[in-house]
Design a protein around this ligand. Sequence first.
Ligand code: FE2
Length: 353
Amino acid sequence: MRNDRELLKNVEEIKTGRVKRGLEGLVGGLRALVISVEKENLRDAVYEMSDMTSYFVSEHYKNNEGEYYILKLKDSADIIIKASFESENKYLLYNDNPKSSKLINTRVEQFIFDVSDIEKYYEIQRSYGLNFDGAIENKGNYKILSSKIDESLGVSYAFVEFEGALRYSSKDDIDMEIDIPISNRTYLKNVIKLDHTASRVKAKDRDKAILKFMDYTEYNFEFSIYVRNLNSITNVARLKKGEFAMVFTSGIEEYKEGESGPTEKFIHNYGTRVHHMAFQTENIDTFFESLKKDGVEFLVDLVGSEEEGLKQTFTIQSPYTMIVNEYIHRYGDFSGFFTKSNVEMLTRSTEKQ
Ligand SMILES: [Fe+2]
């Protein structure tokens, strides 16, 4: 029966390797993630994000490559929603699946992490053999470096060092008016932080995806939860407790028509991709009721309880980003990250997608 023995051995090797090559202390937490959408959905996608969370638009700009909205929330990673003008999309092949090809440019494309010395980071990682998409780009108030796409996830990782204000638009960009209305849902203030994202990854690529991510960053694989009856493993990588976590959910066995559980079925229909973004939410019971009253639909009711230490729910997919929103609340002294019963109920609910 499949277990984590091989993975754990490789995880230890990567940890040792990172220390040896002098990476320790260079890479920080998630600064931003980049969601690409179709041109015609850009404004709707941005409004929806600000109408389903407490994120607000802080910048709107364009350049030769595309149009961008920056959404911010204090002490949380930024969300960049963009539409490309370019006809060539290097993520296209990851988007071309039975249920996702209608939104052929839509996916979470990139995770951007802080680095404290980008030149040193680049030098160390390039000598080690990691692949980057060009060299460090100097944008004026920040420098940025992108990895090649990780084929097991269809995402790239980028590394940024800000030198001045935390603004994304640079001298080559054209600033535009912020034309997105502000949501009037006052209960959205209960959304306090991006907690984690969860990607769906093929059974055969699980270890590869986790190990590659660890190689580029200073995240550590922490634990996995096997839901054998749904052919699904939820794997968690973290930097520090309380910071953004990277979750990878995979099958245990590969996809088989009519037999696979919801995780492998999702990948068959939508490709490997970020399935949901999870937001830490206060007063989650009333928050959930308020959203329902406003017509928001969910894949599942609130699962878990205060006694178990955790409550969570999933909305249905966004029609503009294909992303599910998770709202999550951890109670008091809950020391775990997930509970097995919640993981099982949430995984089961994705069968509906
Ligand atoms: Fe989650």
